[in-house]
Ligand binder design. Structure first.
Ligand SMILES: C[S@@+](CC[C@H](N)C(=O)[O-])C[C@H]1O[C@@H](n2cnc3c(N)ncnc32)[C@H](O)[C@@H]1O
Length: 475
């Protein structure tokens, strides 16, 4: 080991930074975050350092470094950018026994600064002993992606119960077991998901050994998998997939997404195939409940966003009603995925004041939709699950007064292999979709965007350019 890893306690203690540039400002800010009383010595300051001084986080002595600036300092950082000055700071600090770091000069330093991942109060420090700072930063980036954003909140939550757990769990082994169960269980999962109220209630039960805490240690996360491309999963979705014991997923979830999950997680496909019966909603609910009650971490993986035409609400309500903790992880919904690949802004200040998502399929067939309201214009309409009913939907909109020339787009397999965008005026939407019944409806999921914004699609300008070109050459 090249260096001894340790953390300085700097709260209220003096620390010196020599230099007024951007590198010095970054160090001064870190020291201030750690609670140090930071002084900066420099004849000139850049705007970042000036901002720290203005906010009262740093005291400034205008001038050049003198050895007695080090008197009483807990540590010093030389970041002047001048080799001779930084060397002088290092020499003077070492002569006085003040720990010193010279930026980018490990040989002149008695301590080095690691790359840091912060989830205060949790701190992860990465060091390559000064050998490869860029590698340290790459490692930090990997750890950043791995650690939940709310990890600090979890540490503070646990800290708040330490005394109570000590009082109720007398022996050390029992206490350790308690905390191991806590960090692997649903209460910690709830804190990480931002649901501290539920977690606090359950924690009180657990600390006081009340039966409610014993009723199944599992949890369910309703996770949005986005429109298909695995790179569009959220960081939280990825983390939950890596931790899951069981993944209950829909048919639209592709192998690329499932490949991101823990290898030995059990995968259960409950999806519907066109026409064929899939697992009923009641059986899916019962399955989720059974798995959670068996103490498993269940990820219910749904295409797009779980709360947009995904029955996420029904599942969450059922599970919560049975006392299971449910967290919701939003995903990129098909509308935004499709809009992005087609180059269609869903809103535009010039011509769109509203955006409406509708389903092309109601509970018992036709959706219960206010067609006249939708036909009023100055809005974008996105139709999910509308392929088979495209002709009817276009007909209803036109009958309600929508201009037959309104631009419309059909996007198939967005973000997946074989993605395709077709545009046409509303009057031709049914034909584009393959007529009544949707023609090649089995080629993959498809979605419609209707409204003036479709004019921004690359496919629209190609479709409108083609006839213009033909006219120009006299055909
Ligand atoms: C049951 S809904 C689920 C919607 C999902 N919860 C969401 O937020 O995107 C399924 C419909 O979403 C649309 N869809 C989902 N993924 C799609 C994709 N990659 N390309 C086009 N449409 C998609 C289609 O309209 C499909 O029929």
């Amino acid at each position: 080991m090249e260096h001894f890893p340790a953390f300085f306690a700097l709260k209220g203690r003096p620390a010196l930074v020599v230099g007024g540039g951007a590198a010095a400002a970054r160090k001064a800010r870190l020291l201030s975050d750690a609670g140090a009383a930071v002084s900066v010595v420099a004849p000139a300051l850049d705007h970042e350092m000036e901002a720290l001084i203005e906010r009262g986080l740093v005291r400034h002595r205008n001038g050049t470094f003198a050895a007695d600036d080090l008197d009483g300092q807990t540590l010093a950082i030389a970041a002047s950018g001048g080799v001779a000055l930084d060397e002088a700071v290092s020499e003077a600090a070492q002569a006085r026994g003040v720990p010193v770091n010279v930026v980018d000069a490990p040989r002149l330093s008695t301590f080095i600064m690691p790359a840091v991942v912060r989830r205060d109060p949790v701190t992860v420090a990465v060091s390559t002993g000064g050998a490869a700072p860029v590698l340290a930063r790459a490692i930090r980036a990997s750890i950043e992606a791995l650690l939940p954003a709310n990890l600090g909140r979890l540490a503070r939550f646990a800290d708040g119960f330490r005394g109570a757990v000590k009082a109720t769990h007398g022996d050390e082994v029992g206490r350790r077991r308690f905390w191991e169960r806590f960090f692997a269980g649903p209460i910690a999962a709830a804190v990480l998901a931002g649901d501290e109220r539920w977690a606090r209630e359950r924690m009180l039960d657990a600390v006081n050994r009340r039966p409610a805490a014993e009723s199944g240690g599992g949890s369910v996360a309703l996770v949005g998998a986005g429109p298909g491309d695995a790179d569009l999963l959220t960081v939280r979705a990825l983390r939950l997939l890596e931790e899951a014991d069981v993944i209950v997923h829909d048919r639209l979830i592709g192998p690329d997404v499932l490949d991101r999950a823990r290898r030995d997680a059990r995968r259960i496909d409950v999806g519907k195939r066109a026409g064929a019966a899939a697992m009923s909603q009641e059986r899916i609910n019962a399955l989720l409940l059974r798995e959670a009650r068996a103490g498993r971490r269940v990820v219910r993986l749904k295409g797009g966003d779980p709360f947009i035409f995904g029955r996420g609400g029904e599942e969450a309500e059922y599970l919560r009603g049975h006392g299971v903790h449910v967290s919701i992880v939003p995903g990129i919904t098909a509308a935004t995925g499709c809009a992005a690949i087609a180059g269609i802004p869903l809103t535009h200040r010039d011509h769109v004041q509203a955006l409406t998502f509708v389903t092309g399929r109601g509970r018992d067939g036709d959706p219960d939709v206010d067609w006249a309201g939708l036909a009023r214009g100055r809005q974008t309409i996105v139709v999910y699950m509308g392929r088979a009913a495209a002709e009817r939907i276009a007909g209803r909109l036109m009958a309600a007064g929508m201009d037959p020339a309104t631009p419309a787009a059909m996007i198939v397999n967005a973000t997946l292999a074989g993605q395709r965008v077709e545009t046409a005026p509303l009057v031709r939407l049914g034909a584009v979709a393959g007529g009544e019944g949707g023609g090649r409806a089995n080629e993959g999921p498809s979605l419609f965007i209707i409204g003036e914004v479709v004019r921004h699609a690359d496919a629209w300008s190609e479709a409108t350019r083609a006839p213009a070109l033909l006219q120009a050459v006299g055909v």
